[in-house]
Design a protein around this ligand. Sequence first.
Ligand SMILES: Nc1ncnc2c1ncn2[C@@H]1O[C@H](COP(=O)(O)OP(=O)(O)OP(=O)(O)O)[C@@H](O)[C@H]1O
Length: 693
Amino acid sequence: MTQVQSAYQEEQERLARSMDDIKSQLAGIGPRYTGDDFTEQMLDLQREERKRRLEVAFREPYFGRIDFEELPNGENKPLYIGKAGVAKQGSNELLVVDWRAPVASLFYSFTGGEDAAAYVAPEGEIEGFVHLKRNFMVRQGELVRMVDSYVRGKDEESVTDEFLLYRLGENKDNKLRDIVSTIQHEQDRIIRSERNKALFIQGVAGSGKTTVALHRLAFLLYQYADRVKAERMIIFAPNRMFLDYISGVLPELGVGDILQTTFVDWSLELLGHEVKLRSASDALSYWFEEHRSAEEMANAPGRIKGSLTFKEAIDTRIEELEQRLVPVIPFEPLPGLILKPELMKEWFETDYGDETLMKKRDRLVNRIRRWFESELKLRKVVDKKLRAKAQTKLNAFSKKIPSFTAPQLYASLFGGKQAVTVIPKAIASATAASLKNGQVEAEDLAPLVYIHLRLYGLQISSYDHIVIDEAQDYSPFQLEALRLCQKSPSMTVLGDLQQGIHAYAGIQSWTELIDLFTEEQTGFFELNRSYRSTMEIIEFANRILGAMGGGVKPAVPVFRSGDPVEVEQVTDKEWLSRIVSSVQEWQATGQFQTISVIGRTAEQCSELHEFLLSKGLDASLVQSKQPEYGGGLSVVPVYLSKGLEFDAVLIADAGADKYSENDAKLLYVGCTRALHKLKLLHRDSLTSLISKE
Ligand SMILES: Nc1ncnc2c1ncn2[C@@H]1O[C@H](COP(=O)(O)OP(=O)(O)OP(=O)(O)O)[C@@H](O)[C@H]1O
């Protein structure tokens, strides 16, 4: 038997022993407790959590092994790394080390070499020698593959990460998946970054940003179990369909209860649904159904209302209100009984200094009422008429201390003498008119939320961690509003400026967001390797990136080769039937689980969808309000395809009339959705974004 064969056999035996151990632990967990005893209920929850971990481990106990000899005088110990940590039955010895444990970081960070390696443990840096790094693939309890990517003392051949390539070559269904077994070093650094920072991640399309952010949440919950709670974490994603698409990752990582929402839904809820959003799809069709110039996008209402200049105008308004809130006249409920304005001012400023404005206001009103009641008692005022008169005066005086809702204050910024000057007149009057009907645009939500938080506070516990996906579409004002929901910044903010297709609302440079924090509060990472697509697709998409100019960094592919990208000119007459035949050819290969026909506009997609259906193809149409993404064959407007991925992508029409010089980001988004296969049809001459070499 060769050395490799015997190692394989040993691992097979160890796997069988581990599975037996896990099985027997599972069998030992009794039925659920259903009684009323609190301690028993708590113990039951712990047992359930243990059972969940054991079940995860039973499906695939581990995917990696690292043999580590701790310096100065530890022994060389094999550590098996898996999705869930498990101790041997009846002992503290670890059968499987949780991938999030400090020592497991070696598995991701170690890239070879004889020098000592190190990892950071709570007690400090631990140094040692790595003797072996081994990857496993376990399916249905069987060891199906084993590869050593490092053996100490052996000549190092450069083993490309076979496991990574295998994973990337797989087809995708309708859900994003976890990557614990193949996390790359540059991703691991982000996942394990310390908690108290606003981390900004600029990553090319397919570099794993969304995936990394979700793994980071799982890491934070493990590492800071005493300080970070799932129910106080929140993920902001661009739309509900995207939330559905990512919904499988966290449960697979054993993480539940995290609020996953869109900024719009969250804001409307926070505002108690006092305002309604004008149809979001109207805004999308305005910006995407027709060509819009870069200038129009840069000066759009969203850019102005999302700016810090607007925020400053609002801050000034709130400060002015605060200054004017306490009446400057005395309160005299009965002749000679006087409460001086100076005293009220003192109560307001010193006693409730840290409170939000409306809480301070309510406390002041209550305090005046208490003063009033105790003074009446002290003066033994029993005459009913006199008391009633005094009470009327109190009510009238309380009304002089104004209270407002966020929409009321917001509306005052756009009309009358108090209108702010930072908002151009036309935008201000349109906003004022909308607000009269209780309606707002998406860009009004950040200022409204900000005002609400300044007036009333969050009213729930502050968030331990906030994730913002597709953050290039956020305005500085949105981030300022979210900052008010935390005691100190702990955020993962990720995006790709090259995919910033919502330029009418988002940022043009990361500094617009990063500068909101101090240097110590922030971290910035770049991810340039793209894992989603084949080399051919990435190189093709890089040509579009090149067309954007401005020294944009190209995406670096992982060495995974596939079919060449096809670009095919068709006549008007052939066009629809060529779309159908391309899809049918792909379906016939049986190689692709998810296929997408990507169109330029919602209108075009709906026509294409009708046509595919009429030809007997089972296609679904993706629309802006859709709550779910179903996989299979779909027709998607390019601007809604962001964040998603498909085994094969057909860009329905890449003609110059569909993608002008200004649409590079849109086309880049469309092309980078493809994992294995990409084809572009065009009727008109090909868009110059591609034809230029
Ligand atoms: N280390 C990895 N191992 C295996 N697969 C990976 C790894 N990193 C990323 N991927 C895969 O690459 C694809 C892209 O990941 P993800 O959607 O998180 O990237 P993204 O940067 O958010 O993309 P985009 O900005 O284009 O939406 C996913 O299929 C993901 O599973």
